[in-house]
Design a protein around this ligand. Structure first.
Ligand code: A3P
Length: 321
């Protein structure tokens, strides 16, 4: 969803002319809107969502910082909500033949990305499941005003950064120079990354999750890795479809976790070969899926720098990774 530039509306062009701009990590530009950096086609989508998206009380919205495990959370939530529809999870489940990004579309990057068309989402059965990277301050007003649920996922910025650095280099056109680790880190630390500043993105949702625990549940990639069944049960309760004792006994939780595991998803034909409509290869969303991989790339100084920013910006609010 980061590769292809789409045409933008005149309204978006006029706005862009007034916004701070930086060179993006890929070919595109980043525009700073309401304090956060967006690629051009995403900005078009954010504006369109803000204008047209009408949230229902029954909606579930997955919100993430890019590279925090969005693909995994989409798969888990989809499998969770559809477990009665597809009880034979390893035989005919949509996740076996479709990439999670196809099954759970992004509001701003998929559904509201056409400058001329507003999608009709009324016929989607309830609960509708969408996703977004939009920061809290820029969410469409009906999302805030309705009783829809927000599941927010973030990840240690050191691993998030390394994942983003790999991802953007993987997507670079052949013949263009790779982004250096040092330059990319500087941009990331200065907040100039897709939907950055990373820390402000987390802070916006963290504060709201404390104020509105029934509306916003904050999840961490590291916790999902450490204790996946506990997190999945919490998620099920939060979105209003807890597992019954019988389901637990029958191993439904383990089945969902197995279906959505890195090993299973990354080895499926669809995820090894397919592409999103915007051009990114599905396999780019499955790299190694480990906690602490940053240690293989960052120097001690780089680690200290990232940790210091995290402590300065989030520690004060009681948030630690
Ligand atoms: P790494 O680059 O560290 O491997 P996003 O989906 O938000 O783009 O995040 C991508 C990151 O999530 C990548 O991290 C990717 O490998 C990891 N990931 C993808 N699917 C996963 C899964 N099923 N389980 C755990 N991690 C997964």
């Amino acid at each position: 969803k980061y590769l292809q530039e789409s045409e933008v509306s005149q309204e978006c062009k006029d706005l862009i002319a007034t916004l701070p701009m930086e060179k993006g990590w890929l070919a595109s530009h980043l525009h700073q809107y309401q304090g956060f950096w967006h690629i051009t086609r995403q900005l078009q989508g954010v504006l369109s969502c803000q204008k047209h998206f009408n949230a229902l009380n029954s909606d579930i919205l997955i919100v993430t910082t890019p590279k925090s495990g969005t693909t995994w959370l989409k798969a888990l939530t989809f499998a969770l909500l559809n477990r009665h529809k597809y009880p034979k999870m390893f035989q005919n489940h949509p996740l076996l033949t479709k990439n999670p990004h196809f099954l759970v579309p992004f509001l701003e990057l998929d559904l509201y990305n056409d400058k001329d068309l507003v999608p009709n989402l009324n016929s989607i059965p309830s609960p509708r499941l969408f996703s977004t990277h939009i920061p809290y301050v820029s969410l469409p007003k009906p999302v805030i005003d309705s009783d829809c649920k927000i599941v927010y996922l973030c990840r240690d910025p050191k691993d998030t950064f390394i994942s983003l650095w790999h991802f953007t280099n993987e997507l670079k056109m052949e013949g263009t120079c790779a982004n250096s680790l040092e330059d990319s880190l500087e941009k990331f630390c200065n907040g100039v990354s897709i939907c950055g500043p990373f820390w402000e993105h987390v802070l916006g949702y963290w504060k709201e999750s404390l104020d509105q625990p029934k509306k916003i549940m904050l999840m961490r990639y590291e916790e999902m890795k450490k204790n996946p069944s506990f997190v999945l049960k919490e998620l099920a309760r939060f979105v209003g479809c807890p597992f019954s004792k019988e389901e637990e006994d029958e191993g439904v939780i383990d089945d969902i976790l197995k279906l959505c595991s890195f090993k299973n998803l990354s080895n499926l034909e669809v995820n090894k070969k397919g592409k999103l409509t915007s051009g990114e290869e599905h396999r780019a969303f499955f790299r190694c899926g480990k906690v602490g991989d940053f240690k293989n790339y960052l120097t001690i100084e780089m680690i200290e720098k990232l940790d210091m920013i995290t402590e300065k910006k989030l520690g004060h609010y009681g948030f630690r990774f």
